[in-house]
Design a protein around this ligand. Structure first.
Ligand SMILES: [Zn+2]
Length: 75
């Protein structure tokens, strides 16, 4: 899996794709978060799951993360 992840739109740190499972249902989900622990997006990341596959979840999470690049960033 080497889909490209853009850096965090807020702090420009490296982003990371994570996969996990909901406890009750064991439904897999994926999310992308910022690796900078001081950043809002370290914890506040959108989760993506579907009944299709983990690969599809990854794809959705990455696409959503990369779209957020439009958040105004300091230059
Ligand atoms: Zn960040």
């Amino acid at each position: 899996m080497d889909a490209e992840l853009k850096p965090c739109p807020i702090c420009n740190s490296k982003a990371e794709l994570k996969e996990a499972h909901y406890l009750e249902s064991e439904l897999p989900y994926s999310y992308v978060h910022c690796t900078n622990e001081a950043c809002t997006l370290n914890h506040n990341a959108a989760h993506f799951s579907s009944s299709k596959s983990e690969a599809k979840n990854d794809e959705d999470a990455i696409a959503a993360w990369n779209k957020r690049q439009q958040i105004p960033a300091h230059h």
